[in-house]
Structures are given as C-alpha cells and as structure tokens.
Design a protein around this ligand. Structure first.
Ligand code: K7E
Ligand code: CUA
Length: 642
C-alpha cells in the first residue's frame, strides 16, 4: 500500500475496505451496535459478526482458500509425529488437552477441575483431596514453567476462573500434582509464570468483591477490590496479593523477572455493563515485583484470610504503574525479544505497544506512564490477543471482524512517531468465526519460530456437520511462513478452548512408566507401612474396624486378588498397584453397581474409597482398560456378606 495513513474517520474506513471489505462492514455495524448498547439496548453485538443471519451480514469469505504452494505441509502421515505439543485449555470442561501441531489431532485430555470417568479423577483418594468436593471448573489459561526465557519442560499451570484456583500438572506424568485456592479472589482469570526462571505465577482476580468478603459493603461497589496474586511456582504456596480498584483481566510477565502485567477494564468500578463501559480510558497495570517483595518482607501488609495483602488502590506508587490505554483492553502479550507488552483494545480497534524498558523511568516519576506507549496501530474491530513470529511481526486476533491481523511492530512505532510513509498492517485473513485467543509456535518464549499460528474461534456455525444446537468450537491452523497468511486446517474442539501454547516437542519428555516420586506416593507408602504391605508385591485385605483396606496388584491379565469379602455397608478402600513395567500397559478398576472406575498406569498406584452395598451379594470388579487377550477375564468378586 503506497499512501500513508489517513486521519479522518472516512479515510480509515477506506483503508479498512481495501484491507478487508468485511472488516469495514463489521466496523460500521459494531459502532452502531455499540451506541445501541450505550443507550441501554441489548448487548448482542458479540454474536452477530459473521456468516450467519440477517441484514448486510453476507458470508465473510469463501470457504477453504487453498494454501499457497510454497507453504508448510500440515499433514502428518500415519506413523509420523507432530513437531509440536499444543497445550489447550478446556474451558467449561475444566480440563487441559494436548494436541499435536500441525496435525491438530487431540492426543490426550488431562482432567483438572472436573470429574472424569476414564481416569477416576475426582474419585480417587488423591484427586478428591485436591478437589475438596468440587467437581466443576472453568479453565482459561495454560502456561508452562520457564527457565531463561523458554520452557523448562517441568510444569503446566492452569487457572480455574470459577472457583479461583491454580492447578499444576507435572509434565513427567501429565497429571495434576497440586491445586491451590486463591483467597480474596473471584473470577481468577489471567495467569502467567515468570520467564527468567521457575519463580512466581501471577493470577488476576477479574471480579471485584468486598475485602474481606464477609458481609461488609455488600451494596457499596465503590469499596469492592480485586487482587493480583503471586503463587510460588515450585511450592505452589501463596506469596502475596496486591489489592487494586479495577477489574484485572489478562496477565503477562516480562523476560527479566522485574514486572508482571494485568489489563484492567472497568477501572470505573461499575457493576453493570453500561457502567463498566463508561470511561473512555482504562489501563495496563504494571506491577513492580522487587518493590512489592521488599514491602511484603518489611511487613507493610494486611492479613486478609491468611494472605499477605498490599493495598495499592488509588494513586500510582512503588507497587503499581497504571499505563492509560483505550477503554476495556483484553489481552496483554510480551514480544519474544522482551521489549514490548502489547495490549489488545477489545472495545478500541487498536493495540497499544508499551515499551518495557521505559517503565523504570515511569516508576521513578521521570516520565508519565502514558509515555511508555510507543505505538497504537489500528488492527481491526475487537482485538483480543496477540501472538508473535520472532521476526518482529505481531498477529492479533480480531473478534468482531473475525480476522487475524498480521502487523509489524517496528513500523507501528515509526507510524506512531509521525512517519507517514509506513503502514504497519501486513495482512489480514478471515477466520471462522469470532476468534478469541490466538497463539503461535513458541510464541510466548524467546524462541518464537514463526511456523504455525492458531486461531481459536468461538463459533463454527456452518464449518462442520450439524451436530445439534451446541456446535464445536473451531480451532484453525494458519501457516505463518509466507507473506500471506493461509488457513490450512479446521479442527473442531469441544467446549471451549480459550488459550493454547504451542511447544517444540524436544522440550517435552513425559515418562513411559511412573517413577513413583510424586507427593501422593508418600500417602500410599505410609498406609502400606502401617499395614505391613509391599505395594509392588502384596495383595492383602486388612480390616480396620468398619474400614476394609484392600491392597491389590494388577499384572496383565490378573489382579492379585480374585475375591475379597466385606460386610454390607462397610467402607472399602482399594489400593491398587499396576506392577507391569511395560509402555502403554494401563489397567483399570471398575466395581459393578458401585460407581467406581479408575485408571492405574504402569508402575503406578491409585486408591479409591467407597461404601459397599447395603444389599449382600456378589459384585464383580473388573479391569476397565483393554490390556491383554484375556482382558475380559481380568476380574474378581467382591463378596458382600450380611
Ligand atoms: Cu480472551 Cu479467558 Cu483468555 Cu477467553 S480470555 S478469549
Ligand atoms: Cu488389565 Cu484390562
């Protein structure tokens, strides 16, 4: 494009029309709908973008634009392995999923905050202890532990927005090993680990509540506050909370361990949609981690529900800097060179580029917080999240326009500083439909490699066979190695991936058989010691008053016990150890009519506690995972006596 940027609204429309006629149409529609909302109308703008019903809403794009010949091949043939692990949040399902990229094949689901029948998560003694009786969750953001700016292959962290929890998966076992409750917080949303080493994981409280939330100030929202919380990524223990006045949305960290970031919408402190959209300006909150640590160590804290809380409401100070950005920002992503935090506008068609090395001067009062903003390119309507290729380009997901916009960061900075000869927008591609998060291969590390980009679309509408009212989400794979972005794959996803990270496969090395080092093994070993049992060898029934402990090995195709006897209504605890030492040889334990089903992986122990039927009789237990030609014979009888 040869002309420089225009200044009038009309010229901007023309620009958009050139880049994407669809974008210009939806921009006009968006603006009229927004004014309807502001006037008290129904907030329906977010579902009417593309390809569907009504008005001037012609389909966004012809389907299946073929990839250009020079691009990468996303096909992963039989027997071939993907180049990347994708870690996807499962949204309302409360889980994490692992996909192969670029095949986009779902390889595994890791239950986290949900009850899962296949593995017994939520039913085994260990998972019950972690979940504390809660059986639902809402996972949004999945991030891995870091060392020196890239993934160290040890942990995956994920938030539960619904019950304000942070969970950790140990990559060696791909199972949850810790879950921590975040006090004084509701709607725990953005999380991000520090990137210079496995240090803090910061967690944003999105919903403002009275502090403490014990019946005070119920009807005085001006007194509500939210928390920016730090959890130690090694111990999973709460370190501190910083109390702020505004809603905290997405989180990020820098690459040096100095700052954490939170987008703040609703700085006006409203409790209704209209109130939350009132102010034209909101903020990127920048947290100064060294100053916060020093203040916590100096005891400048209030204890609220056991948490050390620093009050940073009101004016900027040592702890927080509020960088003004256009109203209601959403995503914040830090470029792989560590230089910029990019704030996506959501209700503004812009991204604000914050130069991180200017923040120290702003904290010192030498420049204004807004002076740290060095570019604000127009990227489209409803920018949500930004990914990177490691070559100076940013890729922003644009929700309302249903496009991905590729733009150049340096050119955006030049344009902002007055150079009218540059145009930062490089390309736009239509996605289907209403893209939320985006991410790219290694994009959240200093090793961003610019190979694959995913657009996690909230609506699939007509892209798949009609499966009823709830359609799959649509995860689209985009080849980012060419000048033009090319969609090369549609991947249906069950409700509802929010975020994903895409990790080079050499960084992820899970075990084939369990190494029995997780915390939970001390629990089993303690019981076994108490009862004089060797878990790897013995099968034995131990009566302890009303409780019957049943130790049982499993080795294809046999359980260590072919029967055991209990009294009707007894508490039964089965502690099962899979002594097979063979890759992929899992056994299960299902108990007929007792609602028990759990997985026991090679060299693993699992335990489950349940109440035997009040009706005496014979109840078979059986192996529920196909393990052997005689798998169906792998069973035994629980004999329940009167
Ligand atoms: Cu944008 Cu929860 Cu990350 Cu969803 S949030 S899109
Ligand atoms: Cu063991 Cu099937």
């Amino acid at each position: 494009m040869s002309e420089g940027p225009k200044t009038t609204e009309e010229a901007r429309e023309n620009d958009l029309e050139e880049l994407s006629p669809h974008a210009a149409r939806s921009r006009r529609r968006f603006l009229s709908q927004l004014s309807a909302v502001a006037g008290g109308g129904a907030a329906t703008w977010h579902i009417v973008g593309c390809g569907g019903e009504g008005g001037d809403n012609t389909p966004a794009v012809t389907h299946d634009e073929p990839a250009e010949v020079k691009g990468q091949d996303p096909h992963v043939g039989p027997g071939q392995l993907d180049d990347y692990y994708g870690f996807w949040s499962g949204g309302q399902s409360g889980e994490i999923r692992i996909l192969g990229v670029p095949s986009m094949r779902e390889l595994k689901r890791i239950p986290v905050f949900n009850r899962e029948s296949a593995t017994g998560w939520g039913q085994t003694d260990f998972s019950k202890k972690l979940l504390g009786g809660r059986m639902a969750g809402d996972t949004h953001h999945v991030h891995l532990s870091y060392n020196n700016g890239t993934y160290d292959g040890r942990y995956v962290y994920v938030n539960d927005k619904m019950s304000a929890r942070l969970a950790r998966v140990r990559i060696a076992t791909m199972e949850v090993d810790k879950i921590v409750d975040i006090p004084n917080s509701q709607g725990t949303h953005g999380i991000f680990p520090q990137r210079h080493k496995t240090g803090l994981v910061v967690c944003n409280g999105e919903f403002r509540i009275p502090q403490p939330n014990t019946g005070n100030n119920l009807d005085d929202p001006t007194k509500y506050a939210s928390m920016h919380t730090a959890i130690d990524g090694e111990t999973m223990e709460l370190q501190w909370q910083v109390m702020v006045e505004g809603n905290l949305d997405l989180a990020a960290t820098d690459y040096e361990g100095k700052y954490s970031f939170a987008t703040c919408y609703n700085s006006e402190g409203g409790v209704t949609l209209e109130e939350m959209m009132g102010a034209d300006q909101d903020f990127l909150y920048v947290f100064n981690l060294a100053n916060i640590k020093a203040a916590v160590e100096a005891g400048k804290v209030t204890i609220i529900n056991g948490a050390k809380v620093l009050d940073a409401r009101g004016a900027d100070g040592d702890y927080i800097l509020r960088v003004p950005v256009p109203k209601s920002p959403h995503g914040v992503n830090v470029s792989p060179d560590g230089k910029y935090a990019i704030v996506s506008g959501k209700l503004s068609p812009t991204c604000s580029v914050v130069q991180i090395d200017k923040l120290a001067s702003a904290f010192a009062g030498e420049i204004k917080p807004r002076d740290c903003v060095v570019a604000e390119p127009e990227v489209g309507l409803g920018p949500l999240h930004t990914a990177f290729d490691g070559k100076g380009n940013a890729y922003t997901s644009i929700f309302i326009d249903s496009v991905m916009t590729k733009w150049n960061i340096d050119d955006a900075i030049k344009q902002y500083s007055g150079d009218t000869s540059v145009q930062p927008i490089r390309d736009k591609v239509d996605v289907h439909y209403q893209v939320g998060h985006t991410n790219a291969s290694m994009s959240e590390t200093k090793e961003a490699d610019g190979k694959w980009l995913v657009a996690l679309c909230k609506f699939s509408k007509d892209r798949y066979l009609n499966v009823g009212m709830l359609k799959p989400e649509n995860d689209q794979l985009i080849d980012m190695t060419m000048d033009k972005l090319a969609i090369v794959h549609d991947g249906p996803a069950y409700s509802e991936p929010h975020d994903a990270v895409i990790v080079r496969r050499d960084l992820i090395k899970p075990l084939q058989v369990n190494d029995r080092t997780d915390d939970r093994f001390t629990m089993y070993e303690d019981w076994a010691k108490e009862d004089g049992v060797d878990l790897m060898k013995d099968s034995k029934v131990v009566h302890k008053g009303q409780i019957v402990r049943v130790y049982m090995t499993s080795q294809a195709p046999k359980f260590g016990l072919t029967e055991f006897r209990v009294k009707a209504g007894a508490e039964v605890q089965i502690i099962q150890t899979n002594i097979d030492n063979v890759d992929d040889l899992s056994h299960g334990l299902a108990v007929c009519q007792h609602d028990v089903n759990m997985l026991v992986n090679p060299q693993d122990t699992q335990s489950v506690t349940f109440t035997a039927s009040k009706t005496p009789g014979v109840y078979w237990y059986y192996c529920s995972w196909f393990c052997h030609a005689l798998h169906l014979e792998m069973r035994g009888r629980m004999i329940v006596e009167a």
